[in-house]
Design a binder for this molecule. Sequence first.
Ligand code: B12
Length: 1014
Amino acid sequence: MEADRYSPEHPVRFVTATSLFDGHDAAINIMRRILQGTGVEVIHLGHNRSVQEIVDTAIQEDAQGIAVSSYQGGHMEYFKYMHDLLEERGAGHIKIYGGGGGVIVEDEIAELEAYGIAKIFSPEDGMRLGLQGMINQMVEACDVPILELGFGISDSPSPKDARVIARSLSKTEMGEPATLKLPAAARAGAESTDVQEVQIGGEQPASGDGAPHTTEQQASKIQNLKSKAPALGITGTGGAGKSTLTDELIRRFLNDFDDVSIAVLSVDPTRRRTGGALLGDRIRMNAIYGDGTSERVYMRSFATRQANRSTSKALQDAMDVCRAAGYDLIILETAGIGQSDTEIVDLTDLSLYVMTHDFGAPTQLEKIGMLDLADIVALNKYEKRGSRDALRDVRKQVQRNHMRFDESPKEMPVYPTMASHFGDPGVTRLYLALLDRLNDDFDFEQRSRLYSWDDTPEPEPADVAIIPPNRQRYLGEIAETCQDYRSWAEQQVTYARKWGEAKGAREQVDDWAPEDQEQLAGRLDAMVEHWWAKLDARCKDILDQWDDLKEAYQQEEFTYTVRGRDITVPLYRESLSGTKIPRVALPKTDAPGEQLRFALLENLPGYFPFTAGVYPFKREGEDPTRMFAGEGSPERTNRRFHLVSSDAPANRLSTAFDSVTLYGFDPAKRPDIYGKVGNAGVSICTLDDMKKLYSGFDLSDRKTSVSMTINGPAPMLMAMFLNTAIDQQVEKHLREEGRWEEVDALIDEKLGDERPEYVPYGPDGREDGLPETHDGSGLGLLGCTGSDLVEWGALDAETYTSIKADTLNVVRGTVQADILKEDQAQNTCIFSTDFALRLMGDIQQYFIDEKVRNFYSVSISGYHIAEAGANPITQLAFTLANGFTYVEYYLSRGMDIDDFAHNLSFFFSNGMDPEYSVIGRVARRIWSVAMRELYDANERSQKLKYHIQTSGRSLHAQEIQFNDIRTTLQALMAIYDNCKITWWPGERWVRFLSGSMTRSWPSSTGRSPILTAG
Ligand code: B12
């Protein structure tokens, strides 16, 4: 039974996040929502957060607790480091909570809790306490007045010490006076080292209208301090991108000036029903973290603690605290609630209103009070359709509001921006406008070093558009195309049925021989002719050829052609009891309507619309499996790859990278990185690592195929992979030419002691030699490349170029590289989505130019979308939409559909829901119809190829004994649905098979049944 909700007596604040290089945010999202529902103010940082970022945040936000999910391993180092850093910063009172399903095992939990982590929740805790029960435990333990929890601060902290400011702000927020001890030297002109005390907030009641409520005397004291920092108020409609814009403005201030410091105060509403709040602005702030930045930027999130008010009563005091501390600029960001959110104008010196084109009819603009009051307006998300018209309307409205009819609307302080685009000139222009105002109206005295009006053009949406404006309705068009095809097919089926009926009646007239036979026959002939004439030529062909096709599939063998190669396969399998079972069966119907319905909507495997499969038969001689591995060093994983494929006829490898690699970082000794190196994946950060990883496997062999689960840094890893494949062939060539010894000596001479080695470390330390099946190949060019050999005169450029071209032509595999689903579900994003998409386009273009024909440039993945919470239908909808987005983008770059569509592959999750039994069929049909009917693509491009991975989410601790059965059923369903390959990875240690097991579990065969991983 779910526990009752605990009601905190005091304001409780938590920072929530997932750990570094960790995109598993589903769990923490659940936990933070329940925390909010339990009355907690949650400062949510999202995924992939370093210990430093979380600790800085918890201190600046004066939180009682931190809650982190950690699924990527390295949790021992991570949580301990967090504890140590908090202690070191005098913030040991902040309690740390965590969880990570079955990844954090019992002994580790005990060790962490003994170290000082308040609690790590296991799946067993979840079962015992329920979700609410776990949250209650945390909230109750943290339900302590924050002011009673002391920071360990030395006697004379710097005025900008985050802990002092944090606590002062907490005091003013509670209506208590905050006393700041400031060096008198901070006062203009003062030279003494005396300390002066300033009291802010406290006894005097709030004025209620948001006016300052420090006493006059105090106010003048602050005034006297060096800084009368101007306050910039930023408000706007929800979803307008205020925080992203704020972040981009801060980034420009920080880049532009070495000594400008900024305090950001951000306000979000408290939920009236629960008393909790999601303080979500920090999640968009990137510029405020980084080396040395924490001294220059302080950020604090406030909840209104009183629903329906967008600014907290304490804000004026809060700004005074920041002024007194010496910040040069205060930014106050409030949630724009309703159209009359104009309080910010009273609280700040300069105000910025952020809106988008999405305001409805132009008359609505007349109701927006901020268009009357704001000093500057930003029309953000300018790349969206309709923004140009909106800009014109807003400028007109501002002109009207301010009666500035003698000026052009273009002169109005309304700036189009696209804050989510890196380096957007619109944001830079807005920044310059703000800077001008700060300098002109307040003594900000800072002139931009990096930006100028002259060098910054107006933003141009077309420059950033991934999909050209005239194609933005593509998803609608695809839906219409599929619906039209369906309607057309249904209509053709009706004609065929009627034709069949007429033909049948005509035949009966012959047999029956009625009196008016001749007349009837003539009329029926006309009817037969009528319906036949209505049928489309394609449908006539289908009906004409039905019997021949049926006969062809009733022979012993069938021959078909794939890319010019004839493949002959048996058409029957024999059961143990001797029954001959056809591998493909046509529907047993003579009715033309039914025949046509089958052919148009289902069809045999290998025939449009490929519902049953894209090839006539399953591939023989290569199992639909991949050997999945990745742990520790490249050498260790290489040994593993050799072991798991030792007796396989084809080397089908699948690579799991560690989370440090997944996020494009280098391994490092910093504890929150160190613990994750080589954990749950292989650590690859150089070309040499990649060469070692696949050494002993000929990547150009037709029987070798490699898949790589990498997305954010996919372009870089792909480059490493291709170079590995090329250098392998260079080495092979030199050996075949009998020149290897000579070149080997040259490399020795060039690299000396720096020449890298394959160092096989195993679980027991350094091991000797290469794996048994490793022929020593692929290691010769460690430390150098084929092009180095050209430079050193050891290889002629022509030979190298031809080896390169041949290799690119034959190399086989898949790189996941799907950035859209990263943005939606898996979160290994390291660049902006636009930029990452452009990189994907570059890679696809390279594949076309260099004729990389046997490699999938992307694996468009629904798996992660499903595992993050989608049902089978939404999984498919998002995934196909993403696939079509790539199509549209590549087309917009001028690529021909038939040059790239065959490089696209798909990847779905199979769970237990009934829809999973047909997910492949539905996907194939939609894809092929859209490809043929809308994009005019050739047959090869119409074939959607996908693989399935069994659902990790469907595995759980409650019925752990059924997990294997579930997985097997899912895999079976996938095979029945004719998926290209099913992921049956081979991991020796299925420690995390269910994510709920609490100890390492060596499988008895040395090959695990199935390991789930994305
Ligand atoms: C869902 C999932 C995914 C989804 C994540 C979607 C998302 N946005 O969150 C996707 C498919 C994207 C994914 C990807 C990957 N995954 Co994954 N994933 C899982 C899975 C199936 C479930 C994790 C989960 O969210 N559980 C739901 C939570 C609520 O339940 P729970 O984990 O049991 O947690 C309990 C308690 O610990 C507690 N709890 C948890 N956190 C917190 C926090 C707080 C504050 C509190 C109070 C309580 C609490 O709540 C639960 C109560 O019962 C697990 C396997 C499994 N079945 O557990 C693998 C698993 C975690 N993934 C794994 C791996 C390796 C990966 C990848 C690295 C694979 C790869 N090579 O690409 C990627 C990396 C992604 C990334 N960006 O970091 C491994 C980790 C192995 C390891 N560390 O050694 C696992 C264990 C699977 C496996 N067997 O290999 N994954």
